[in-house]
Design a binder for this molecule. Structure first.
Ligand code: PLP
Length: 431
């Protein structure tokens, strides 16, 4: 009996794309219960930047458990939380000149987004929030209202409200500066766009198809937001924690967002942990106004602290991500040449790179073939047309090469299958 199909809700998704039962994992390698190995280019959708069961983080976790450290403490003060807050300030925020207070939200990324939106609305007294085409911020009611894809919006049962969508960078082609349009509509009392509390943006849209916003577009966006009294929220849940190279994805553009959301790889070990970083003057919360039983999971604090101490005291990881990103980029660019019909293109930043296959049908076939070869990789984008490479940042060069080789094999297989299908259709039509 297939226990999952029988007992688990039909809402399950990744288990459909990868129809095996996984048993163990280390680094960039997953193993199923038959002992077959897979290279992981999904990394828990960006949650395992330091790999599965990272030994340094695991040691710290096991030591903490052995010592009977507090595991659950609501949002009470604990030694683990103090250590995390100190490390985040000293190693990550202060060296970057960032002054933020930290709010521990419920454990999901969506809950951090909910809190960020509440802060912006409560501080400004405004309701509207500007979000962007192809943006993804989670599926709870507030967050899904800032999420563009109808697949998620249609499932809410009531109309998602309180947001206005504007074109993301590149949506209208490379020559159109969509921040000019934003400035225009916000300057015009007759544009129909209500003055916003905030602008929420991903610097690289992960679920939306690995769309990269240009640094100067992001800077202009920050300027326009400030000009109109709106807060800038950078949702760094997927692109943060080193995924694009630096700890924060907005560092390269030199932004100073008013609010930042972090989750996914923050704990470094796959343990749930989400935070909102906000400029101190925005912290107008009354105690417990945004609460939750699992705010501040102490095991996550332990691994998050160890991850920050191990990987962010120097720029070594950032440089390694840049180096590996070059490898991935050049291999993906070479792969685009394999399609005689020239439908393929690449984009991305750091180890967040995509191979745009033009259609979801082709990208889906590529991912399926890859899995047969032993590569776990997913698609993203409006039509799921982009195969997204999200390997752990700490992946070894050999495993990275192995994964890219399997991606190429998967692509070739999918292109062959497509060509064969077209030949069959042509014969059918001719017949
Ligand atoms: N924001 C971004 C940018 C994300 O990529 C995601 C998840 O993929 C979320 C928010 C939602 O996080 P969660 O799935 O933990 O609710």
């Amino acid at each position: 009996m297939d226990v999952f199909a029988t007992y688990e809700s039909d809402v399950r998704s990744y288990s459909r794309s990868f129809p095996v039962v996984f048993a163990t994992a280390h680094g960039a390698i997953l193993e199923d219960e038959t002992g077959k190995e897979y290279v992981d280019f999904l990394s828990g959708a960006g949650t395992l930047n330091y790999g599965h069961n990272n030994p340094t983080l695991k040691r710290a976790l096991l030591d903490y458990l052995e010592s009977d450290g507090i595991v659950h403490g609501l949002d009470m003060a604990t030694q683990a939380k103090r250590h995390f807050l100190e490390c985040l300030q000293e190693i990550v925020l202060k060296p970057r000149g960032l002054r933020y207070k930290v709010q521990f939200t419920g454990p999901t990324g969506a809950n951090a987004v909910e809190a960020a939106l509440k802060i912006a609305r409560n501080v400004t007294g405004r309701t509207n929030v500007i979000a962007f085409t192809n943006g993804f911020h989670g599926v709870t009611l507030g967050a899904v209202a800032a999420t563009a894809n109808a697949h998620f919006r249609d499932a809410t049962g009531i109309p998602p409200a309180g947001t206005t969508f504007l074109p993301y960078d590149g949506y209208l082609g490379p020559d159109v500066d969509t921040t000019e349009y934003l400035d225009r509509v916000l300057s015009d009392g007759s544009s129909g766009v209500d003055t916003p509390a905030a602008v929420i943006v991903e610097t690289v849209q992960g679920e939306g198809g690995v769309n990269v916003a240009r640094a100067d577009w992001l800077r202009r966006l920050q300027r326009v937001a400030r000009k109109h009294g709106a807060l800038l929220i950078v949702d760094d849940i997927q692109a943060g924690c080193g995924r694009t190279g630096p700890f924060f994805s907005f560092e390269t553009a030199g932004l100073t967002p008013d609010i930042v959301t972090l989750s996914k790889s923050l704990s470094g070990f796959g343990l749930p942990c989400s935070v909102v970083l906000m400029k101190p003057e925005l912290d107008i919360w009354k105690p417990g106004e945004h609460n939750g039983t699992f705010r501040g999971h102490n095991l996550a604090f332990v691994t998050a602290t160890t991850a920050i101490e191990s990987y962010w005291r120097s720029d070594e990881l950032t440089r390694d991500v840049d180096r590996k990103a070059d490898i991935v980029r050049s291999r993906l660019e070479a792969m685009t040449e394999l399609d005689a019909d020239q439908r393929l293109s690449t984009r991305g930043r750091g180890l967040m790179q995509g191979l745009d296959c033009g259609t979801g049908a082709l990208a889906g076939k590529v991912a399926e073939r890859c899995f047969e070869h032993g590569l776990v990789i997913e698609t993203s984008g409006a039509d799921s047309q982009v195969v997204k490479c999200l390997s752990p940042l700490t992946i070894g060069d050999d495993e990275l090469e192995r994964g890219l080789e399997m991606l190429q094999l998967g692509l070739l297989g999918a292109l062959d299958a497509n060509a064969a299908e077209r030949r069959r259709n042509a014969v059918r039509v001719a017949g």
